[in-house]
Design a protein around this ligand. Structure first.
Ligand code: SF4
Length: 368
């Protein structure tokens, strides 16, 4: 089924919309680090970091990442572990792994330059239609419109379109409308202007229509239904998960970390974490059994409870009950890593592991 057109804006009016929005963007755009460059690598990095993550949270990570990997070649030749260490805390770690895979392909197959052809960009790991269009339009001025949640909301409101915007047929229509409305001569600025409008003015809950440069053409605003678009999507129910984790500590201050792949106790695959398992109300005894069976730690060892750590990610609400356990010597365990407790920050670990380590360090200081 071909996409249905719903904006029905005459060509002369389209030019006016483009002029208005671009002029607004020129005056009101936020000064963001990735807007000060045309380097495709830097723009690509920002787009990947911004997936599922707020601008304010991304800014410091972006700077730190570029400090270590200033060019695609540096990223391609780095150890994956050091890439993950710079990403640690930002979440959704498959983004970092794909980023590096793509960097290696760019160096090996594209002479170290992010490809300027859409199909070639799409063929890289971790790059979908949105990211390819964003990078190519902003870095190379390719006339490709982006469509993300912000842009889709703006377009749906202008056309007063109801329904689930992510439904495939509607999404295809929105893609066609976005492409049709694109300012062909300045696609990079146009795409950023649409995204900026969605992020700062045409916001999900209460759009600021009085400040909107395109309100004149907006059907939803005229009908007084702007805040009702898009229709609410049904949210996936939150899954609550409780884990027990053991911070083992030998007399020299070393602890033991594991890298669980998916499965019991795996919070973040490929990141280092304390030994952990899923538990219920009997966290301490479950952990004791686990440590005894898996790591050969004596059942009589004392478990000191630490502050419970919480972490909410997409639909998972994770609660970790950590325990400090002093041992004479750390067990030998295949694939485990020994590291000084206060030096965990150099490794790829999650914020949750960091919080548990901080609680353990605090507890040790109190005892000393
Ligand atoms: Fe969004 Fe209001 Fe502008 Fe319409 S007028 S695009 S609803 S901010």
């Amino acid at each position: 089924m071909p996409p249905v057109s719903f904006l029905e804006i005459p060509p002369a009016e389209k030019k006016l919309i483009q002029r208005r929005l671009l002029s607004w963007f020129g005056k009101r755009k936020r000064d963001l680090p990735w807007r000060r460059t045309k380097d495709a690598y830097r723009i690509w990095l920002s787009e990947i970091m911004l997936q599922q993550t707020r601008v304010a949270a991304v800014i410091p990570y972006y700077a730190r990442f570029l400090e270590k990997f200033p060019a695609v070649q540096a990223l391609a030749r780095a150890k994956t572990e050091s890439v993950l260490a710079r990403w640690a805390g930002l979440g959704y770690y498959s983004r970092a792994r794909n980023l590096q895979r793509a960097a290696r392909e760019i160096v090996a197959g594209h002479g170290g330059k992010f490809p300027s052809e859409y199909e070639e960009a799409l063929a890289l790991p971790g790059i979908g239609r949105y990211t390819a269009a964003a990078v190519l339009s902003i870095a190379y001025e390719k006339p490709l419109a982006v469509l993300d949640g912000n842009v889709a909301r703006v377009l749906a409101r202008i056309g007063a379109v109801r329904g689930d915007l992510r439904a495939p047929a509607l999404w295809r229509s929105l893609e066609a409308e976005a492409q049709d409305l694109l300012a062909q001569k300045t696609p990079g600025d146009w795409n950023q202007a649409m995204m900026e409008l969605g992020a700062t003015v045409c916001t999900p809950k209460s759009p600021h229509c009085k400040e909107c440069p395109v309100s004149r053409w907006c059907q939803a605003q005229k009908l007084g239904i702007a805040a009702q678009i898009p229709d609410g999507r049904r949210k996936r129910a939150t899954v609550k998960l409780t884990l027990a984790a053991g911070v083992l500590l030998d007399p020299q201050g070393n602890t033991l970390l594991l890298r669980h792949e998916n499965g019991d106790g795996a919070l973040f695959s490929h990141l280092w974490q304390f030994p952990a398992l899923e538990t219920s109300a009997r966290a301490a005894s479950d952990l004791k059994k686990y440590l005894q069976n898996q790591l050969g730690i004596a059942a009589r060892c004392a478990l000191t409870p630490l502050k419970t750590a919480r972490h909410a990610v997409t639909f998972r609400d994770i609660r970790v009950r950590p325990f400090l356990i002093h041992v004479e010597r750390l067990p030998d365990y295949d694939g485990a890593r020994r590291v000084l407790l206060h030096q965990l920050a150099d490794l790829p670990i999650s914020n949750l592991t960091r919080k548990i380590a901080d609680a353990a360090i605090h507890a040790v200081k109190k005892i000393d």
